[in-house]
Design a protein around this ligand. Structure first.
Ligand SMILES: [Zn+2]
Length: 402
């Protein structure tokens, strides 16, 4: 709790930390030296003003420790190492030639070694590794329940990678990791109740309630892309038909655009990026994206009516579709968001890169470091009293006994 306040409010005095946390000044006074000793907090130069001795102010020592974030995709891993404020210090990308879990864990380990080598950082100061990946993830047990892209079922990926890197590993759905990055370091800092929707190959959702990501009883909450929008014939990667992402996911949009190009004898786009670039000049593509925006706006309107968030972040590669799509989303929201909720939320569009996904994965570890123990529902990655990583086995036992 003390560390969280120093991060959020620093430079801050001990008296203010006590006020903010509700802890006694004596307790804060006992904890602060431990945090300083461990290199997490440092004293900043006092600001002299007025009479009397100015209080010593404390701030986060953000570059003494590092965390690693890995964004796992079907054919490569993007890895970043960051400081405790999620600032990227080094980045690399490794191809995945084999996607069986053991090989992926080995490549993940190699990515961590390579990162530390190129950024000149030591293993000892890595607090943990966060992994973001598509699919249904049980974060508390570190298990990938199902990943359609990798074809995995019940893979204990956190344990496998932990065996290679020797520091705590946490895994989550990649949309949740992005939401955590927003909550700690981005637009989500000012909001405790927000939703983040990603548009790209799939359509992802993360719901932040009271400052924490809502993961559902066993992980897997937020399968917004598989909201059934029609009883149409669009087959989805999940095996159902008529899902939102079966119509507006990038593969679906691209297929439809290629059919339209053939029909209208215009140049066929070969990637979603080419489709977005051509849309302003080709009416049929522009209409296609507007149609996708309408469907997304309708689905988003339902979500807003259901959850009443104060902030809606729209992100992912698909926001590059630009005004054709986003304009239609806004027009549809104006109609479908419930009358009493219109104007009660802010819509923010955030384009992002592979690096941002990996930074999101790093935020998974930062969340474990900074989250107040009175709020967090999962077992900490670190045993703060003994200053050592909590063994995954121990974490798993604790989680299972809940
Ligand atoms: Zn589906």
């Amino acid at each position: 709790m003390v560390l969280g306040v120093v991060r959020e409010r620093g430079p801050v005095s001990k008296a203010d930390i006590a006020r903010e946390t509700g802890l006694s000044q004596a307790t804060v006074g006992a904890i602060v030296p431990l945090l300083i000793e461990r290199g997490l907090v440092s004293e900043s130069a006092p600001v002299v003003s007025g009479v009397g001795r100015p209080p010593t102010l404390l701030e986060l020592d953000h570059d003494f420790y590092n965390v690693v974030g890995l964004k796992l995709m079907e054919d490569h891993i993007v890895a970043v190492v960051t400081d405790l404020e999620a600032q990227t210090l080094g980045q690399c990308e490794l191809p995945l030639s084999n996607i069986d879990p053991e090989s992926v864990a080995t490549t993940a380990g190699a990515a961590v070694d390579h990162l530390l080598q190129i950024s000149g950082l030591g293993h000892k100061r890595i607090l943990g590794v966060g992994i973001g990946m598509a699919g249904v993830i049980d974060t508390s047990l570190g298990i990938c329940r199902s990943s359609p892209f990798l074809g995995w079922q019940d893979v204990p990926i956190a344990a496998l990678v932990e065996g290679r890197v020797g520091v705590p590993v946490r895994v989550d759905n990649d949309t949740n990791t992005l939401a955590l990055a927003e909550r700690w370091f981005g637009v989500g800092q000012k909001s405790d109740d927000f939703i983040l929707v990603t548009l790209g190959r799939g359509v992802g959702l993360s719901v932040v309630v009271g400052g924490s990501v809502y993961r559902g009883a066993h992980g897997g909450a937020g399968e917004f892309g598989h909201t059934v929008m029609s009883d149409g014939d669009a087959p989805c990667s999940c095996g159902n038909r008529g899902c939102l992402e079966a119509t507006i996911g990038e593969p679906a949009l691209l297929r439809r655009a290629q059919d339209l190009a053939q029909e209208h004898k215009i140049q066929k786009p070969t990637t979603a990026a080419e489709l977005y670039a051509a849309a302003p000049d080709e009416q049929v593509f522009s209409d296609l994206l507007a149609g996708a925006g309408t469907l997304l706006g309708r689905a988003l309107g339902n979500l807003i009516n259901l959850l009443a968030p104060e902030l809606v972040v729209l992100s992912g590669e698909g926001v590059d579709a630009g005004e054709q799509l986003l304009g239609a989303v806004n027009a549809e929201l104006a109609v479908h968001a419930h009358e009493g909720l219109r104007g009660s939320y802010e819509l923010v569009v955030e384009p992002l890169s592979d690096e941002a996904w990996a930074r999101g994965a790093a935020s998974l570890v930062l969340d474990a470091v900074f989250e107040s123990p009175t709020r967090s529902r999962s077992t900490p990655l670190w045993d703060w009293d003994n200053w050592q990583p909590t063994e995954l086995k121990e974490r798993t036992m604790k989680e299972m006994s809940r």
